[in-house]
Write a protein that binds this ligand. Structure first.
Ligand code: NAD
Length: 490
């Protein structure tokens, strides 16, 4: 754990500063980053406000033109170099992610691994075909090509700060956009400084990427700024709704990747031991602070009690503590506010008759793996996103009822179905309004090659990753060419 002072991220040039290609002081001041597990100060970054956003957006707009004009293979080479650097320095960076966001080592390792995969996927986007030859209407040549939007503003959350920032930044860069990025002020190092350092070392031209740690005021300034053409936002439905409203007023393209209340359906023919393991992983990983977390376990009435007991047995044996201190399965949740939200939803369920089989009480920011059985639709735990380590369990009597209950929710991000019969599971899955559907798996799945996103309150119908990236981060231009201009009747 003393890797924090090794070479790649050694505080020095970046300490107390924001990034514009180099490191500069901000008139808005500095941001103190604290470890949620201990309350200790981890580092300082620069803090950006609306003034810094305006300057960054202007500089990015100027730098974008030559970046878009650069040969695609040169853009790809920079992205691949950044991927190499992330992998080479992964062991140094993992403790930063653990300490800043309260992650266990395995989760921090996933961020490094997926971050590098997103960078390599973006490198491949840079050299993809970017147009179509269209049927001619009158003999002249007609084609359509994809052009970058210009400057893309990226706003990211605290929970998987590195991956959720990287996935948008690198797809936008790959296809010729410049980027102004605002990580969450609680995780500006994993969500921002690491990425700035990667591109500084990889040789990205100055001005193409700006990293501005800041709060909602900086985010709102990005949504209004005339030099920013598109906002890619990952965060809560409440935040996304405000961002969408401001972007709409300013006629800006907006990508909203929001929350979820994800259902894992366990059919009567599923292996109950394997199902318990899937439920525990889906509900408890990273303290449940994942948009795709298993928010509701819907189990057939013939197996629901056995399943609940097995999940509770697992929950009781998952150690909770400071991830930097040793082998724990659950670290702290991010803030006292988040603890309050979790406790409120758990208490509401218990008051309305849910059975608390494990956990249920916080110790500071440490919330133990918690199991609530007997969830009913009148409880907050039935429909609210918890963002805490709580397995909420409910029973159903038949497949049609499972579909009806699963659909009784405004979100539509991820769903899982466990069954010995894939065709039966698929028949249920076909009736679910969900952006991501996993047969014989829990709900937490992600990666660079898949179009990630959801229906309903989980977003605005956009997707990020895989085949969605070119669609989201470029727009069409129709081009016709005549050998000579023709006279018209006027
Ligand atoms: P949040 O909406 O509070 O904050 C997310 C980001 O938006 C932060 O950088 C924040 O500073 C900024 N922000 C907040 N209000 C803003 C405003 N009015 N204008 C501009 N920027 C603003 O979200 P959070 O609580 O930090 O993150 C957790 C939420 O994110 C959960 O709901 C989770 O499900 C969701 N999430 C979604 C995905 C996904 O890909 N769909 C991934 C991870 C997290």
């Amino acid at each position: 754990m003393n890797m924090l002072h090794a070479g790649f991220l050694k505080p020095g040039s970046w300490s107390g500063r924001i990034f514009d290609g180099g490191w500069l002081a901000s008139a808005a001041g500095t941001l103190t980053v604290r470890e949620p597990a201990t309350g200790d100060v981890l580092a300082e970054t620069g803090l950006a406000g609306p003034q810094e956003v305006a300057a960054a957006a202007k500089a990015a707009a100027a730098a974008q033109k030559s970046w878009a004009a650069m040969l695609p293979q040169a853009r790809a080479a920079i992205l691949n170099r950044a991927a190499d650097l992330l992998e080479q320095n992964g062991q140094e960076l993992i403790p930063w992610i653990m300490r800043e966001s309260g992650s266990i080592e395995a989760k921090a390792g996933i961020e490094i691994e997926h971050g590098a995969q997103f960078l390599r996927h973006a490198a491949s986007l840079a050299t993809m075909p970017m147009g179509l030859v269209l049927p001619t209407m009158d003999g002249r040549s007609s084609h359509a090509r994809r052009l970058p939007h210009g400057v893309v503003g990226v706003i990211s959350p605290y929970n998987f700060p590195l991956v959720l920032s990287v996935r948008a930044i690198v797809a936008a860069l790959a296809v010729g956009n410049a980027v102004v990025h605002k990580p969450d002020p609680r995780t500006p190092i994993s969500g921002g400084i690491i990425i700035a350092r990667l591109f500084e070392e990889a040789g990205l031209p100055a001005g193409v990427l700006h990293v501005l740690p800041g709060g909602a005021d900086a985010g709102e300034a990005m949504c209004k700024d005339p030099n920013i053409a598109m906002i890619s936002f990952t965060g809560s439905a409440a935040g996304g709704s405000k961002v969408g409203e401001v972007c709409g007023r300013h006629l800006k393209k907006v990508q909203l990747e929001l929350g979820g209340k994800n259902v894992l359906i366990v059919l009567d023919d599923a292996d109950v031991d394997v199902a318990a393991s899937n439920c525990a992983w889906g509900a408890f990983l990273h303290q449940g602070q994942i948009c795709m977390a298993t928010g509701l376990v819907l189990a057939h009435e013939s197996i629901v009690e056995a399943l609940a007991d097995k999940i509770a047995a697992k929950a009781q044996h998952l150690p909770v503590g400071d991830p930097a201190s040793g082998r724990v399965a659950l670290g702290p949740v991010i803030s006292p506010n988040q603890v309050e939200t979790i406790q409120h939803i758990v208490d509401d369920a218990v008051a309305k008759g849910a059975r608390l089989l494990a956990g249920g009480k916080a110790d500071g920011l440490f919330y133990p793996a918690t199991v609530l059985a007997g969830i009913t639709p009148d409880m907050l735990a039935f429909r609210e996103e918890l963002f805490g380590p709580v397995a909420c369990i409910m029973s159903f009597a038949g497949d049609a009822e499972a579909v009806r209950i699963a659909q009784d929710n405004d979100y539509g991000l991820s769903a899982g179905i466990l069954s010995a019969s894939t065709s039966r599971a698929m028949a249920i899955g076909n009736q679910l309004r969900t952006g991501m559907l996993h047969i014989n798996d829990q709900t937490v799945n992600g990666g660079p090659f898949a179009p990630f996103g959801g229906f309903g309150k989980s977003g605005n119908g956009t997707r990020i990753g895989g085949p969605a990236d070119i669609e989201e981060f470029t727009q069409w231009q129709w081009v016709t060419v005549r050998d000579q201009a023709q006279p018209y009747p006027f």
